[in-house]
Design a protein. Structure first.
Length: 291
């Protein structure tokens, strides 16, 4: 990778970590589903291109948007509203092992013993960082929501690999376009106080949504998928390991969240597990009806 591409590869995990932190302001004011519906609507407008041809079937895109947008965001950002941003940046890393497991079930990819070990280590790191092992200082409900959200994201990545027929930017634009109305409908059914939240929202609340839509979604994923188009996955994926330390630092800098020994040890264990996952050799794919 060129020096320019190395610098670009550092940006997505940095953007994800910082926007998770800044999203706390919006989540403290808006109901989570409404907030994410607004975020995806803004992202859809930013990524929209007139007359753009989409090759992936509409049904596939709806399923991808449901798992990778509406369901995932509903769980993850409801969890973020009830847990420290630094811990959320650590726990969300479970999306990598869940994506590997989903690829095995949906795409027929075989799991090596080393990769299975990495998955177990990553889960252990989240348990350590969250206090699930030890003091138990973190409420389990938000953590379980985060786990469910990362599982949904992993399923979406496998669906993209199996049924996607478009480049990355078109895929994320489609996810935003379909996920926005899903989330707004879910908010109308499951939440209350939407009109009051919208009418009383201040500049910082709207800025939180714009920053998350532009930086954490449109820009970060556009850079990420562009790099994957130029380089092998095993060269790009390790840069995602920067999100845990970036998440701890951003929570400390912007929200004055304390960084304890459990978080530091958990972050190191998570990074070790993810490193094993992304660096372990791949095993041949199991033949499927479409391959």
């Amino acid at each position: 990778m060129s020096f320019r591409d190395v610098l670009l590869a550092v940006l997505p995990p940095l953007l994800w970590a910082v926007t998770y932190t800044t999203a706390k302001s919006g989540l403290a004011h808006f109901p989570p589903l409404l907030f994410m519906g607004i975020v995806y609507a803004i992202a859809a407008l930013m990524l929209w291109r007139p007359g753009e041809q989409v090759k992936t079937s509409r049904l596939s895109l709806i399923c991808i948007a449901a798992f990778g947008g509406a369901i995932q965001s509903g769980f993850v950002f409801a969890a973020l509203a009830g847990m420290p941003a630094s811990l959320a940046s650590l726990a969300v890393q479970l999306q990598v092992p869940f994506a590997v497991l989903a690829a095995a079930m949906i795409c027929g990819e075989r799991l090596s013993p080393l990769r299975c070990l990495g998955i177990l280590i990553a889960f252990a790191g989240v348990a350590l960082a969250s206090g699930a092992v030890g003091s138990g200082s973190v409420r389990m409900h938000p953590l379980l929501l985060m786990v469910a959200g990362t599982m949904s994201w992993g399923v979406a990545q496998a669906l993209i690999r199996r049924f996607g027929r478009d480049q990355g930017r078109i895929v994320i634009a489609s996810i935003a376009r379909y996920a926005a109305p899903m989330l707004l409908a879910m908010s109308a059914i499951l939440e209350h106080g939407q009109l009051a939240a919208i009418s009383s929202a201040g500049a910082m609340h709207w800025l939180s949504a714009v920053v998350l839509a532009s930086g954490g979604f449109a820009l970060a994923y556009s850079i990420w998928y562009a790099l994957l188009g130029r380089h092998r996955v095993d060269r790009v994926a390790p840069f995602a390991l920067l999100m845990p330390p970036f998440g701890l630092l951003s929570g400390w800098l912007f929200l004055s969240e304390a960084i304890g020994a459990a978080e530091i040890v958990g972050a190191c264990v998570i990074v070790a597990g993810l490193w094993i996952i992304v660096r372990s050799p791949r095993i041949a794919q199991i033949p499927t009806a479409s391959s």
